[in-house]
Design a protein around this ligand. Structure first.
Ligand SMILES: [Zn+2]
Length: 257
C-alpha cells in the first residue's frame, strides 16, 4: 500500500480531511484500519455505510441471515430486490458501490464461541450491532481477551444505548451488566419493535466512535459512560460506568487464557 493518498482519494475524503481534528494523517490511519461489524442489521447498516464512506481500508461483516421484507424498515444496506439474499452479500454490494476503495470481507455465519476469536483477531475495532445478549457478551469477552476496542449498542422501541470499550483502560460491558438477563425480561426487536431511525442514530454514533478511535483520538471517546437515548422525549443522558475490579471479563482475577 502506498504511503500517500491518491488525488482521487484526497478529493473523495476532502470534507473530513478539512476537519482540524482529522486531517490527512488521520485519513491514512483510516485507510490502514480494519473494522469488524457484527450484524448487517439496524445498527450495522448505518455503521458500515459511514465507515465505508469514510475510507476504512477493510471492513468485515458477520451475519448468518438472509434479507427479509420486515428488515427493510431499518436495515438500510439492503434493498427490496435483495429479499432472500444473504445479508453479507447485499451488504458487500452496497458498500462496494458506495466506495470501491474499501475491501469488504464477508462471514455468512453466526458469531459464536467456535469462530469468535479467529474472526475478531484480524481486526482493530469491532462495532457490535448484534441483536441478542449472548452475542453482546461474547463480543465483549472476545474483545477483552484479544485487546480489541469496540462499540456496544442496544436498541428497542424508541430507546437506545451505547458505550465504547477500550480493553485495559475503560469499563467493559460486563462491568456494567454482569450477565445476560433472564429470557422473560428480554425485549428484542422481533418481539418489541424498533423505529428504524433510532437504530440509525445509534449505529451512526458507533461509526463515529470507531473513526475517532482509529484516527487516534485519545480523549472524548464514549468510555466509562453509557449514553442513553430516549427518542420519545428526545433526550440523551450519560450514565457513569466504573470498572469493576471483580469483573468476570476484565477484572483483576479474570482468566485471559
Ligand atoms: Zn469488565
Amino acid at each position: 500500500m502506498s504511503t500517500r493518498l491518491t488525488t482521487e482519494q484526497i478529493e473523495r475524503y476532502s470534507r473530513q480531511i478539512m476537519v482540524p481534528d482529522l486531517g490527512g494523517a488521520a485519513q491514512m490511519h483510516l485507510r490502514a484500519a480494519r473494522v469488524l461489524v457484527i450484524g448487517a442489521g439496524g445498527l450495522g447498516s448505518p455503521a458500515a455505510f459511514y465507515l465505508a464512506a469514510a475510507g476504512i481500508g477493510t471492513l468485515g461483516i458477520v451475519d448468518p441471515d438472509k434479507v427479509e421484507l420486515s428488515n427493510l424498515q431499518r436495515q438500510i444496506l439492503h434493498r427490496t430486490a435483495d429479499i432472500g439474499r444473504q445479508k453479507v452479500d447485499s451488504a458487500k454490494a452496497a458498500l462496494t458501490e458506495l466506495n470501491p476503495d474499501v475491501e469488504v470481507k464477508t462471514y455468512p455465519v453466526r458469531f459464536d464461541d467456535s469462530n469468535a476469536a479467529d474472526i475478531a483477531a484480524e481486526y482493530r475495532f469491532i462495532v457490535d450491532g448484534s441483536d441478542n445478549f449472548d452475542t453482546k457478551f461474547l463480543v465483549n469477552d472476545t474483545a477483552i481477551k484479544l485487546g480489541i476496542a469496540f462499540s456496544h449498542a442496544g436498541i428497542v422501541r424508541l430507546q437506545g444505548q451505547t458505550m465504547t470499550v477500550i480493553p485495559g483502560k475503560s469499563a467493559c460491558y460486563r462491568c456494567l451488566f454482569k450477565a445476560p438477563p433472564p429470557p422473560e425480561e428480554i425485549l428484542n426487536c422481533q418481539a418489541s419493535g424498533i423505529l428504524g431511525a433510532v437504530a440509525g442514530t445509534l449505529g451512526t454514533i458507533q461509526a463515529t466512535e470507531a473513526i475517532k478511535y482509529l484516527a487516534g483520538f485519545e480523549t472524548g471517546l464514549l468510555t466509562d459512560r453509557l449514553l442513553v437515548y430516549d427518542a420519545k422525549n428526545m433526550k440523551f443522558r450519560d450514565v457513569d460506568v466504573k470498572r469493576d475490579p471483580n469483573c468476570a471479563s476484565c477484572g483483576d482475577k479474570a482468566s485471559r487464557s
